[in-house]
Write a protein that binds this ligand. Sequence first.
Ligand code: SF4
Length: 469
Amino acid sequence: MNPTPPIEEAYTLAALAPVPSASATQNACKLCAPLGASLVFKGIAGGVPLLHGSQGCSTYIRRYLISHFKEPMDIACSNFAEQTAVFGGGANLQLALENVCRQYDPALIGVATTCLSETIGDDVPMFIKTFLAATPGEPHPPIVHVSTPSYQGSHMEGFHRAVRATLGALAKGRAGAAPEQVNLLPGLLSPADLRHLKEMAAAFGLQAMVLPDYSDTLDGGQWESYQRIPAGGTPVAAIAAAGNAAATIELGHTLAAAGDTAATDLHTRCGVPALRLGLPVGIRHTDVLLQALADISGRPVPAAFQAQRGRLLDTLVDGHKHVNTVRAAVFGEEDLVAGLAAFMAEIGIHPVVCASGGASRHLAQVLHQLVPARQHAGMKILEGADFATIEEAVAAAQPDLIVGHSKGYAMARRLGIPLVRVGFPIHDRMGGPRLRHIGYEGATILFDRMANALIETRQAASPVGYTYM
Ligand code: SF4
């Protein structure tokens, strides 16, 4: 019989259960919720985002957005201090609203909460009512409130909630029919993508209410003098008239899989038909979007798009040998990951790792629908993942290519795998706002960039080098 060990031995370090390799998120693959909401409010003409919380939150978000968009980024804040965290932020928000009205003369104020104001349970709608009641007769811009606790979601939840809250606050009903108007809810696209989306709608003779539209406000020209609110953005009056539109097109595969969105809400309240499509990345989903615009407008797809489609197909034939059977990892926000995986499947790339920090719980289901079975065998899908988990999966899969935003650079560098930068944020390269992802032209550009990254890697690894293919 073994003698009973002394009780002290049970309390030695060696006797303790091993420490898990990670007990917290390590380098999140998502950003904070009010950041997404701020982006939406920056895309409304005369809009000013106002964060209800600590100054550090607005500073972080400003810094983050500036490094991608390379534009001035005014985001107001109610500036919590220690006593605000104890007694509530009502007085701070009143003062902040007064200041923003006086200093910016905004067309709309978007109030997004932060983790702290949500944790202490501030009643923001009541604070806004009190502010409006305290100044009766004074003209105030619409004030839109969106609840954005970051511990409950990513920047994409904040983004979609802000779109929905803005439409909910401004588009009150159906006051008439505007058969030439279409509401476009594009999700988080680049300013260049937004410009292309507007061109697409205009080519069908449609007036597009794009929400948000930061194609000018966050990617504008040079100024003679500083503008507190950059020109551009979706006019408040156009958002208010969204209930009259012929249809709403909402983009995003995982968003479409979710039950309740801004488009469905507008449909319920105003009867506007909701078309919930995937991001138009690649041929198939661009075809679908253009067909939807053709159906809404009653006009055929313009010849210019047929020509773009032809050039894309020609490019794919020319470069197929460079990408066929290549294995890739893709990460980022869920709808972009889904769109890119669908495009990769079209061009013969196997998306072996598909990862996102978002946790809508729709990504896996959507990917299994988008990627044909022969290409998704063994595909590793990570939802709600951090970069430690993603890197582990990518290291195990050893893909030829990584496709994602700048936060994946350290991983790509450590693993020695080329990174094709897409989406948001792009901190370590120029041109983030001008990246193209959607439409036939976006697909052509993406294809060239992926093929060239592969060629460059093979060229660098070649013992003799080559300059002609
Ligand atoms: S505290 Fe919350 S809201 Fe503020 S920056 Fe951090 S995650 Fe974002």
